[in-house]
Design a binder for this molecule. Structure first.
Ligand code: INI
Length: 162
């Protein structure tokens, strides 16, 4: 049973058969690797087969939208997770990278019709990033995995019933 389209969090999501891409940004890679591990745990818990997960790495969060677009356009995935970590410094670079990553990811999902999750930490300190990338289900990569499965199931449902 799926909770796609349901208001309840109590019904289990079933990701069996879904094909999911994970794109990770290498900048702050010790954190992003933990987000990626959380995403893999989340997908496995929801029934997504390892062989149905495609992985790619890009240099930084700024590059996530282009890679997401290229993968979404193949038509071979049901959802894409974009993972990254941007830690605020003393320059405006933070705002440009975060803003363009968020805008680009939203543009890709609207243009392609493939759900693209914004699993990018935008934080003030490294400790905040560590706190959001731990071993539990509150790991933001794990949360992005749950969102990807929910959106993929919802869109399948909407496209077959309407
Ligand atoms: N990329 C990140 O993913 N996180 C950051 O914190 C970061 N900072 O701080 O600069 C960052 N910059 C690189 C950027 O994403 C691009 O890779 C680079 O500008 C080349 O286009």
């Amino acid at each position: 049973m799926t909770r796609a389209g349901s208001q309840s969090n109590l019904v289990e999501l079933d990701g069996t058969g879904l094909r999911i891409a994970i794109i990770s940004a290498r900048f702050n890679d010790h954190i992003v690797t933990a987000l990626r591990d959380g995403a893999r745990r989340g997908l496995t818990r929801l029934g997504v087969e390892d062989s149905d997960v495609l992985e790619a790495w890009v240099p930084g969060a700024f590059e996530l939208p282009l890679a997401a677009q290229a993968i979404a356009e193949t038509g071979r995935v049901d959802a894409v997770l974009c993972l990254g970590t941007v830690i605020r410094g003393d320059t405006p670079h933070f705002d440009y990278v975060c803003g363009e990553a968020a805008r680009g990811i939203q543009d890709v999902q609207l243009a392609t019709g493939v759900p693209v999750m914004f699993g990018v930490l935008t934080v003030n300190t490294e400790q905040q990033a560590i706190d959001r990338s731990g071993p539990g289900t509150d790991n933001k990569g794990d949360e992005a995995a749950v969102g990807a499965v929910e959106m993929a199931l919802l869109l399948k449902c909407l496209r077959t019933t309407n």
